[in-house]
Design a protein around this ligand. Structure first.
Ligand code: HPA
Length: 257
């Protein structure tokens, strides 16, 4: 039995995105580089460790060196690896674009809804007999309310002024969008836009995991930046966003049951 399983039988899963390539505050206990799930290998090593005294399992969504494009990520393997590691709760970190005015660069957002514009991704465990008996999961509320509430509370305590709720539009990428696409998404009701929120959230639900998203806005979406170059805005925002997310995770993890 490893130290992490002795101290805590249900580690918290953390999926790091562009806004969180690694976790400096994580005391790594073990790094598993050779994980193979029923759905293939996850994006990168699974790091087991402790964050603020809680056992966690950390996986980098885009893999080491940020090489995996959103449509090439094996979302099933990432979720399965966390489930196999004993996680019951998963916090998904994401860097996103801001569509509505309130979603300015640097804003922490805990979305409560999703619109999925992605396509062609392996989006379900019910693909073959490995997935077991078909269940049409209820996805009315795509995120786990208790986890999302804990994220909002921890962020508020740190005076990070989080947006509690918002519609997360998920596009295929890897290109950024056209201004007309963003106008359409705004008409649809999207507040923020990212490329990796789906099928990850739905797979977590299929796997029976509580899953919440903690997003940080790193740029204004295409056509909404007032002429500012998107990449320059992302560069300028990412480091502070990562630092805020890390502080938030340190404040969050001890709160989780
Ligand atoms: N669009 C899509 N995904 C993103 C963006 C964006 O503007 N910023 C960060 N992820």
């Amino acid at each position: 039995m490893t130290e992490s399983t002795r101290r805590d039988h249900a580690p918290i899963g953390i999926i790091g995105g562009t806004a969180l390539a690694d976790l400096a505050a994580l005391e790594a206990v073990e790094t598993h580089t050779d994980i193979e799930t029923a759905w293939g290998a996850p994006s990168g090593p699974l790091v087991r460790g402790h964050l603020a005294g809680r056992a966690i399992c950390f996986v980098m969504r885009h893999g080491p060196g940020h090489k995996l494009a959103p449509h090439r990520i094996n979302y099933r393997a990432n979720i399965q690896a966390l489930a196999d590691a004993g996680c019951r709760q998963v916090i998904a970190i994401a860097a996103v674009g801001g569509i509505t005015d309130a979603m300015h660069a640097g804003r922490i957002v805990i979305p409560d809804q999703i619109i999925d514009y992605s396509w062609g991704r392996a989006h379900s465990f019910y693909d073959d007999e490995k997935g077991g008996l078909l269940d049409h999961i209820d996805f009315t509320e795509p995120y786990a309310a208790t986890l999302s509430k804990a994220l909002v509370e921890a962020a508020s305590e740190l005076n990070l002024d989080p947006a509690a709720g918002g519609v997360h539009g998920v596009t295929q990428g890897p290109r950024l969008e056209t201004a007309a696409e963003i106008d359409r998404m705004a008409r649809d009701g999207c507040d923020i836009i990212g490329m990796t929120g789906m099928p990850e959230a739905a797979l977590a639900r299929e796997a029976g995991l509580d899953y919440a998203c903690c997003a940080v806005v790193v740029n204004k979406a295409a056509g909404r930046s007032g002429g500012a170059a998107i990449h320059a805005e992302i560069e300028a925002t990412l480091a502070q966003g990562m630092a805020d997310i890390e502080r938030l995770l340190v404040a969050l993890t001890p709160r989780l049951a």
